[in-house]
Design a protein around this ligand. Structure first.
Ligand code: ADP
Length: 471
């Protein structure tokens, strides 16, 4: 079963932090214990030397200050050391066991139990080190110092080690607590916007095209939010276009169909004579219908045809021959054609480029006012080929400009009804240019005219003759 991000992150944080604390605790405990044992061993030796020196200081002119030595001995006993001082002649000066044998035994038993508690396998025993005290190379005494060996921990030592372990346990608890808090904090920062995005995606699937306002400082999530917003915007536009298309198609079909129907009905009912003029008007309506259906068919053909048939051809010749086909339309509208056409060889799909240019020229003529000018030119720059088609016609409003390359989008509905277009030409042109990895731009001002600029790579052989429609 899928776990929530919050749970997963928190668990991972706890595992990682606990593992690190445990590792640090084990390692430092181990290093510390080894060091501490060494320290304790060295401490026993340095304490022993101190005791021997202090005893030596209490020897004056062949006499021992026994009460001072007893002080030293009692002090040492409290610190776990059993002292016996014997003078040069073998006489006992002071002996801890004689002084308090019970305390000596208790002390050794106490340290033995200290060590066994800490190290159950500790091999400890009573040890005695012997030191000679000499003055001018004359041996004046022998000091034997006994303790629980090879080393022992005093109660303070044990307290120190236990405090250290306690500190590690507290740190571990704190780390788990911080991990949980951090896990929650970070997972909230990740999951909150994701939950918001997923809700939004659900809303979008139900047709509520909303814009997610959440901003995330995690770049991937920020990208996701932007993509979903983009998707929402695109779907909204598409839905708008789809609705508009249904409306347009219904409207476009209904007008010629109802005219046809009423004309034919009138003829069938004998109200009208089926003369040439009336039949011609029926034929015109049928042709409008045919043109509309033809446009829709053309679009589906271009959308499915993703293959490019790339050849090398002279773009200048192609443009000239296309222009020749438009001569009649230009004359009919009284338009002046201004051209600046250069011979440029290009690798591209000739038929498709021709189709793209035809669509632009036919629009330039269609949306020109009678008597205006149409400019057609091409040039080569930086291995890129540019084709420019400009008119002085009606222009396109700023509000329509972003949509004109969308399928079935028509800027000025009333004018378009007269011109008869279905809003398909530019979307076909754009998909052809995209196939060639080129671009198309438009500059337009309402009532001043429009300029379409196609940019194509001169050598499109890199496209490998196929183009995969990845829309
Ligand atoms: P249509 O088949 O309607 O011409 P297009 O896809 O070719 O469809 O163009 C889409 C819309 O863009 C047109 O309906 C028109 O409103 C606008 N348009 C295209 N070219 C021009 C132009 N040269 N001048 C003014 N408007 C244009």
């Amino acid at each position: 079963m899928a776990k929530s991000l919050r749970k997963r992150l928190t668990i991972s944080y706890i595992i990682v932090s606990l593992f690190s604390v445990l590792l640090i605790a084990l390692f430092s405990n181990f290093v510390l214990e080894v060091q501490f044992r060494e320290y304790v061993k060295k401490n026993i030796i340095s304490k022993s030397n101190e005791i021997v020196n202090s005893i030596k200081e209490n020897y004056h002119n062949g006499n021992w200050n026994v009460s001072a030595i007893e002080n030293i001995g009692v002090n040492a006993l409290e610190n776990g050391m059993i002292i016996k001082v014997v003078d040069g002649d073998g006489n006992i000066v002071w002996d801890a066991k004689q002084y308090n044998s019970g305390q000596c035994q208790n002390m050794i038993a106490h340290y033995s139990s200290n060590m066994m508690k800490r190290y159950p396998n500790f091999k400890g025993e009573f040890k005695e080190d012997s030191y000679e005290i000499k003055i001018n190379s004359n041996k004046i005494a022998n000091v034997s110092i006994g303790y629980f060996g090879p080393f022992y921990f005093t109660d303070n030592d044990i307290l120190f080690l236990n405090t250290l372990n306690g500190a590690f346990i507290i740190v571990s608890f704190l780390t788990v607590l911080i991990s949980i808090l951090l896990g929650r904090l970070i997972s909230n920062r990740i999951s909150d916007p994701i939950i918001r995005v997923s809700k939004s995606a659900n809303n979008i699937s139900e047709g509520e095209y909303e814009n997610i306002e959440v901003v995330s400082d995690i770049s991937e999530i920020d990208e996701l939010i932007k993509s979903i917003n983009n998707l929402s915007q695109k779907l909204k536009e598409q839905e708008f276009l789809r609705k508009r298309l249904t409306q347009d198609v219904a409207h476009e079909l209904r007008t010629p169909l109802s005219t046809l129907k009423s004309h034919i009905e009138a003829m069938v009912d004998g109200i009208w004579e089926p003369d040439k003029d009336r039949l011609k008007s029926c034929l015109e309506e049928a042709e409008r219908l045919n043109g509309l259906v033809g446009d829709i068919y053309k679009l589906s053909r271009y959308e499915n045809d993703t293959k490019l048939n790339i050849t090398t051809f002279n773009l200048g010749y192609l443009l000239q021959s296309i222009i020749m086909n438009f001569e009649k339309n230009l004359i009919d509208k009284g338009l002046n054609l201004v051209t600046d056409i250069k011979d440029i060889n290009i690798n591209a799909d000739k038929d498709k480029i021709a189709q793209a240019v035809v669509n632009l020229i036919s629009n330039a003529i269609k949306f020109s006012k009678n008597g205006g000018k149409v400019y057609i030119s091409n040039y080569l720059s930086d291995n890129k080929v540019y084709i420019i088609i400009r008119d002085e016609g009606y222009g396109i409003s700023e509000k329509d400009l972003p949509y004109i390359f969308e399928r079935f989008y028509r800027a000025d509905e009333s004018r378009n009804r007269d011109t008869g277009g279905a809003g398909i030409g530019l979307s076909i042109t754009k998909s052809i240019i995209d196939m060639h990895k080129g671009s198309i731009k438009v500059n337009s001002k309402i009532n001043q005219g429009s300029e379409f600029i196609i940019e194509l790579p001169q050598d499109t052989n890199f496209l490998n003759n196929t183009w995969h429609n990845n829309k």
